[in-house]
Design a protein around this ligand. Structure first.
Ligand code: SF4
Ligand code: SF4
Length: 98
């Protein structure tokens, strides 16, 4: 059975943990990174050769990369709030209960 908690309002809440980011849709905008306060996400630059390099948001070396995508680097830190999915303009996220 999925893990759930009862909120003070009496409403039952089932956290939906970040499970997958669809890289083909991601534009690397960083919106999700900015709303997540849990150190779950990491921006990755993909080079012409397909190498993947962890980068800092606002990095000046943007030009070196073919594409930038958000990744779930530390899923264990996720609290299942779904703020990332709500702010994502490209609907990249899939969430799942524990
Ligand atoms: S669900 Fe919440 S804690 Fe988890 S990655 Fe998204 S914003 Fe961060
Ligand atoms: S908000 Fe969506 S499009 Fe932007 S970096 Fe995050 S996953 Fe990618």
């Amino acid at each position: 059975m999925a893990f759930s908690v009862t909120l003070p309002s009496g409403v039952e809440w089932t956290p939906q943990f970040a499970d997958h980011i669809a890289e083909e849709k991601c534009i690397g905008c960083g919106r999700c990174f900015r709303v997540c306060g849990r150190d779950v996400l990491e921006l990755v630059g993909i080079t012409e050769d397909g190498d993947r390099i962890a980068m800092t948001l606002g990095d000046d070396e943007d030009d070196e990369y073919e594409k930038k995508v958000m990744t779930i680097a530390h899923p264990e830190n996720c609290v299942g709030c779904e703020a990332c999915a709500k702010i994502c303009p490209k609907k990249c996220y899939t969430h799942a209960p524990a």
